[in-house]
Design a protein around this ligand. Structure first.
Ligand SMILES: [Zn+2]
Length: 713
């Protein structure tokens, strides 16, 4: 008897009946004529001089024997079956990752974004596409040393999941232009809306389209909607007068005005509701709600100040109320993120719009929003300008050149960020092994890797034409280019930014001198490192003419990836790699005891350095009953820090109806302190994860970080 070597190397005894079965199957689907006798004969006639045979030798024999028997169709079928089996045995580099997405084992990708519900078909389909994109990018588009630096966690190229489809990162959409001058959605013309309510509906449609055609967040300005409030007001008045006159009603101006204002208020309420509900219920092609921020600045258009105030007030009222979850309880919505500007006209008790800021404080105490942009600091840091960040924290640099800018004044809307590569500062610190000269040398090399990867990003975008996303490039969100027109000019001369991100300044300083960057010695070094990063940005900008910027990376899930890479490279080092997360950007370590005021003051020095992206936060207890404390903080923020936010905790348990902080135990499991419920699908837990709020839970590293946050008050 023969010994057969199988494809996987195993050896088994020869068994003629298996050949027979295979031939019978081929006959059935080949010629359709099943000749059992012939099958048996071919199987039993197999012979060779060797004692050990391979599967392939047997297959070649069977194929030849079938040809010889004259049954061509069966022979072909038999051979094709081998080819199919061959094909099925092929393995791609990401098979396990893709299958892991479906069976829930690829936790890394599934938990990457807490705004995605990972078990939905739409989410999984998008995640599969991202895996494929990452794989192709790493194997075929990145030079090996860049791919390796990314894999080892020295750097992180943020948009690898979108690398095949050249989109940019985040932007300030030019909603004003799109509403005033019309736009096109899905090939349908959308004209200038005739009422506020329609303007709101169109705005949400624009936002959904824009979100599907880019990688990161978008910001719209509420003031862009304010002219339509006035249009509605005039329309309501006109219609009433016609109606009342037609019916011969007697009325005076005062009565008319009262009704007009009441109806206008109703319309504003309905319009804002449309935006809030649409944004929270829409799902873009990425399987998530659009990452939208809403800029709320009273003085943006002085001629529409009254209307803008009306809109801000309504947005805050609706946010305080919240949004109903599946059991009908009012909870904190994650989107849109609200950006409230504090300024001289709303920050002091005797300021004209102080009551609006009081309302904002109540809103924070219940819904963790809005975030606060200090007009005072913005003007100081950005040539006298006040504008919103793109998405959750990316700031543009001032630009008033001729690109896409006929007026020649400072231009903000219609600008964007090309992309982002983050540097793992903790790794640089540990690699230097306490040697400062070595540190600066390694930092130099790592920064070169970042620059190289960012230039690759730029090179890819350079060849893109306006056709890849008409809403962005042809119909006003960014520009009004012609079909097929290259977007190339919009990438130049600082019109768009391209950013160097960084994570773990705290761990970096710890690795170098064994002290936190909040100590005097640590602070000096921390600032020096940050200034070094900034100097590189400035140099790159000069050399390339591109809008390089420095950005404190949000790193929602990257925090864990980098931490694990560090553990692999350096082992567990107390106080640096013994947690599954790194400290974001320049932030104070989450476990460090520091009060809110001190923290904001300390971190504020990094905002002007990290001017392409920075946000500071303070961690507060449940202050739903105490908005006065929040008001004190808002005032402090106005004076001391460019952009900051407050984290409060108001969760909801669907089992018992408990409203308050849902807790996290030592195994990083969430539970209701009131009834002990541990079913995550039966509670709403909302936490700030990266500037955006997250509501679908987080990876282990980020959960640990959330658990270890100390209160700053
Ligand atoms: Zn409960």
């Amino acid at each position: 008897m023969y010994v057969v070597i199988k494809r996987d190397g195993r050896q088994v005894q020869f068994d003629a009946s298996k050949i027979e079965i295979a031939i019978l199957k081929a006959m059935r689907y080949g010629s359709g004529i099943v000749n059992e006798e012939l099958a048996k004969k071919i199987a039993e006639n197999f012979s060779t001089d060797k004692m050990i045979v391979t599967i392939k030798e047997i297959e070649d024999y069977v194929y030849a024997a079938l040809i010889e028997s004259g049954d061509m169709l069966t022979a072909k079928c038999y051979e094709a079956y081998r080819a199919v089996r061959e094909y099925q045995r092929q393995r791609n580099t990401i098979d396990n990752k893709v299958i892991g997405l479906i069976n829930g084992e690829n936790k890394e990708s599934l938990m990457e974004n807490s705004n995605k519900q990972e078990n939905l078909i739409s989410t999984q389909r998008d995640l599969v596409a991202e895996e494929v994109s990452k794989d192709v990018a790493k194997r075929m588009m990145l030079p090996p040393h860049i791919a390796q630096a990314h894999d080892n966690g020295l750097i992180h190229i943020h948009d690898l999941g979108h690398y095949l489809n050249p989109s940019f990162n985040c932007c300030l959409i030019n909603l004003k232009d799109m509403l005033e001058n019309g736009t096109v959605i899905n090939g349908k013309m959308i004209e200038r809306p005739k009422t506020f309510r329609t303007a709101c509906t169109i705005a949400t449609q624009i936002i959904a389209q824009v979100a599907s055609g880019q990688f990161g967040g978008q910001t719209m300005s509420l003031a862009h909607l304010s002219p339509f409030v006035r249009i509605s007001e005039e329309k309501i008045r006109r219609d009433l007068v016609i109606e009342w006159n037609e019916n011969g009603f007697m009325y005076n101006e005062e009565q008319l005005e009262k009704i007009v204002q009441r109806r206008l208020k109703e319309e504003v309420k309905a319009g804002i509701q449309t935006i809030q509900y649409q944004i929270n219920t829409l799902q873009t092609s990425n399987g998530q709600s659009p990452f939208l921020s809403v800029f709320m600045y009273i003085s943006e258009y002085p001629e529409y100040e009254k209307e803008t105030v009306m809109l801000i007030e309504e947005v805050l009222h609706q946010r305080i109320q919240g949004i109903k979850n599946e059991v009908g309880a009012w909870i904190t919505p994650a989107f849109p993120k609200l950006l409230y500007v504090t300024d001289e006209n709303n920050i002091r008790e005797d300021s004209k719009y102080y009551s609006l800021t009081q309302l904002a404080a109540v809103c924070v105490s219940k819904r963790m929003m809005p975030d606060f942009i200090s007009a005072k600091h913005m003007r100081a840091n950005y040539e006298g300008n006040v504008f919103g960040c793109m998405g959750c924290r990316a700031w543009l640099s001032p630009y008033k050149g001729p690109i896409n800018n006929e007026e020649g004044t400072y231009k903000w809307y219609g600008r964007f960020n090309m992309g982002l590569t983050s540097l793992n500062l903790a790794d640089v610190g540990l690699s230097a092994q306490g040697d400062m000269d070595k540190f600066w040398k390694i930092l130099e090399d790592r920064l070169e890797l970042c620059r190289e990867s960012l230039m690759l990003r730029y090179e890819k975008l350079k060849n893109v034409t306006s056709d890849v996303s008409p809403i962005h490039w042809q119909h006003g969100a960014i520009a009004r280019l012609a079909p097929h027109e290259p977007i190339y000019p919009l990438l130049q001369n600082g019109y768009a930014t391209i950013t160097l991100g960084y994570i773990g300044l705290y761990e970096c300083v710890m690795a170098l001198i064994g002290k936190s960057h909040t100590t005097p010695e640590g602070e000096k070094l921390g600032v020096e490192i940050m200034k070094n990063l900034k100097a590189h940005i400035v140099k790159w900008k000069e050399e390339t003419g591109l809008g390089f910027a420095l950005y404190g990376t949000p790193s929602e899930s990257l925090t864990e990836r980098f931490a694990k890479c560090l553990q692999r490279r350096f082992g567990v080092i107390k106080g640096i790699t013994d947690r599954n997360y790194l400290t974001n950007s320049y932030h104070v370590f989450v476990g460090e005891e520091i009060d809110a005021f001190e923290k904001l003051k300390f971190e504020s020095q990094f905002h002007p350095i990290s001017s392409g992206g920075a946000i500071s936060y303070v961690e507060l207890p449940n202050l739903a009953q105490n908005p006065e404390v929040i008001l004190t903080l808002i005032k402090y923020m106005y004076e001391n820090v460019q952009y900051a936010e407050m984290n409060t905790k108001l969760d909801f348990c669907m089992e018992c109806g408990y409203e308050g902080e849902i807790l996290c135990d030592d195994n990083l499991e969430w539970y209701c302190p009131n009834c002990g419920n541990r079913d995550k699908s039966r509670m709403n837990v909302v936490r700030r994860t990266c500037g955006y709020l997250g509501e679908n839970y987080w990876n282990e590293g980020r959960t640990q970080e959330i658990k270890e946050r100390v209160m700053h008050l």
